[in-house]
Design a protein around this ligand. Structure first.
Ligand SMILES: NC(=O)c1ccc[n+]([C@@H]2O[C@H](COP(=O)([O-])OP(=O)(O)OC[C@H]3O[C@@H](n4cnc5c(N)ncnc54)[C@H](OP(=O)(O)O)[C@@H]3O)[C@@H](O)[C@H]2O)c1
Length: 308
């Protein structure tokens, strides 16, 4: 039986793709407070559901002071990368000011904060894997607004972890894996960019990694281990290679063609190479996350029930 720790953990973005994986990871071990615009209630669950907008400081204030969580994982965000380009003000309000609100309240109630951020804070021009201390230079509004959130966390609170991750896929959210399987299932011909390189990451792998960081750093109070971490599944690929693996692993048959970013114009520019160097996490925890191919296999078997 899993030992239940009566610590309270508040998860923002609880109805989102990562939020759902975090809730199922922490529900056994912590008292979970799930915050989102519209958190989905589960019957017979001990989770406390709090509908709230992270931009509404008064509403947040009431929740933080009522429940006084020891740890906050802030995963709520405006995540539509292309949508951010013409909803700039909304992107900065949610990803910047909303994160500032969360950080201020964590400071007030002395909660430790984990903020999830993105590989899109980098411009991709390094040509190799980015370390935590490489200078960010986002190419799009989403990346700039998430970087605003990072700065708000770092200037407001001392006990924080910023976890940058990339190319998330997982249950209960709009993601690339499901899109490819759906389109392939309809017999559509797929065209996917082959000149953007990164690391696909399963939300369950990331939730497990965050749990390990909490155990190693917060529960043992290793203050010198606070700061930024890059955490992704191991290995790298292009979106085209990722799509080809999805088609190979799922029982779909589809024709897939490589495309350049220039041929597939989108409102938001993306970095060409946004690989995140995971060494800091790997050294602290003692091992790396499994490969993205292995994580993808697990996801397809669990969610789609089949493998070729
Ligand atoms: N997805 C990726 O590939 C990726 C890559 C790198 C980093 N990240 C980061 O990882 C985190 C989780 O991403 P995700 O893919 O799980 O995102 P997601 O599925 O879009 O979930 C985000 C959740 O936040 C909620 N939300 C948005 N605005 C809010 C507000 N003002 N107040 C309260 N809740 C609000 C959303 O509600 P609505 O849906 O109702 O708006 C949604 O339920 C984010 O910080 C993201 O920036 C994601």
């Amino acid at each position: 039986m899993v030992e239940r720790i009566e610590k309270k953990i508040l998860i923002t973005g609880a109805a989102g793709m990562l939020g759902k994986a975090l809730i199922s990871r922490f529900n056994d071990r912590f008292c979970v407070i799930a915050l989102d615009l519209n958190p989905v209630k589960e019957n017979n669950s001990s989770i406390v559901f709090c509908p709230a907008d992270i931009c509404n400081l008064d509403a947040l204030n009431g929740i933080f002071h009522k429940y006084r969580p020891e740890i906050v994982i802030h995963a709520a965000a405006y995540t539509d990368v292309d949508g951010c380009e013409n909803k700039t003000e909304l992107a900065y309000r949610i990803n910047g000011q909303g994160t500032q609100n969360i950080a201020c309240l964590c400071k007030q109630i002395k909660a430790k904060l984990i903020y999830t951020s993105t590989d899109y804070v980098f411009d991709g021009s390094k040509g190799g894997a980015y370390r935590e201390d490489d200078p960010p230079n986002p190419l799009n509004v989403y990346g700039r607004s998430k970087l605003e959130g990072e700065k708000a966390v770092a200037r407001t609170i001392a006990e924080y972890l910023i976890v940058r991750t990339s190319w998330l896929f997982g249950a209960g959210g709009k993601n690339f894996v499901d899109t490819i399987i759906d389109k392939a299932g309809k017999g559509e011909q797929l065209k996917v960019v082959n000149d953007q390189i990164g690391s696909p990451t399963h939300t369950e792998s990331l939730a497990q990694a965050i749990e390990k960081l909490i155990g190693h750093i917060f529960q043992k109070n290793k203050r010198n281990a606070y700061g930024i971490y890059h955490i992704t599944n191991s290995g790298t690929c292009s979106w085209f290679e990722f799509a080809r693996e999805i088609i190979d692993l799922s029982k779909t048959k589809a024709q897939i063609l490589p495309l350049s970013s220039a041929e597939f114009a989108r409102p938001a520019q993306r970095p060409a190479i946004s690989i995140l160097d995971n060494s800091r996490y790997n050294e602290i925890i003692g091992h790396s996350l499994c490969s993205w191919q292995e994580a993808l296999k697990q996801y397809i078997v669990k969610e789609k029930g089949s493998l070729r």
